[in-house]
Design a protein around this ligand. Sequence first.
Ligand code: GLP
Length: 237
Amino acid sequence: MEVVIVKDLHEACQKVYEVFEKQLNQKKDSVLGLATGSSPIDLYAMLCASSLDFSKVVTFNLDEYFGLDKAHPQSYRYFMDHHLFDHINISKENIHIPSGIGDIQKVCDDYNELLKQYPIDLQLLGMGSNGHVGFNEPGTPFDSVTHYIALKQSTIEDNARLFFNGNIDEVPKNAITMGISNILSAKKIVLIACGPKKHKAIQRLLNGEISEDLPVSALVSHPDFTLYLDEAAYYGK
Ligand code: GLP
C-alpha cells in the first residue's frame, strides 16, 4: 500500500486525475471502476474539462441504492450522468451500474458475469467514515462478490447529511454493491479519503488493523493500491 498525503480534497483529486490521464493515454479501451459520493466530484469535473478520449472506455460503478430508479435524482446513476457521463464522449452501452430495481439476485449475478468478462484496469474508491468501500459495510466477507446489503445506521446518517437534503427518511436502507473480491480483482486501485470524519478509520488502517470490521483493510493485500489522504484525514483536524 502506498500512502500519499496532500493538502486537501482538491489536490487529492488532481493527483488521481493524473493517474486516470496516464491510464487512458496508455490504454484507450481501459475498463474503469467508478465511485460516487462527494470525494470524486472534483475529479469528475477535471475529467469532463479534459480532452481525454472515452470513446472506447468501459465503466463499472461500485453500487446503487436499492429501490431508486435511475431517473431518481439521488440514484447513483443520476449522479454519474450529471457529474460525468453526460459531459464526456463515452458510449452509453459501455456504462454499467447495478440496477436499483428489479430481481435483486439476477441484477447481482449479471453484474458478476460482466465483471468477469471485463476485468477492471483502474478502480477508484472513496471510503465511508466506518471504513466501508462501495457499500461493503463492516462485517462483509473479504471474498464477497456483488450482493444486496443492509446499510448501517451511521452510513444512512452520513449520506443523509451530504445528499438527500438531510432527510434521513428518504435514504434507502438497502443497496446493491460490488463485493470486496470484485474490487480486489482490479489491476490498480486508488482511494480518496479526505476530511476529519475519515480519520478514525484511516488511523485503524495505518495502525495495521486487518479485519472484516474494517472493510477498507482488505485492500492492504492488493499489489497496486494507493491511498490519497488529506491532512485532516491523516491528522484528524
Ligand atoms: C457512499 C458510497 C461510497 C463512498 C462513500 C463516501 O457510501 N457508497 O462508495 O465512498 O459514500 O462518500 P463521500 O465521498 O461523500 O465521503
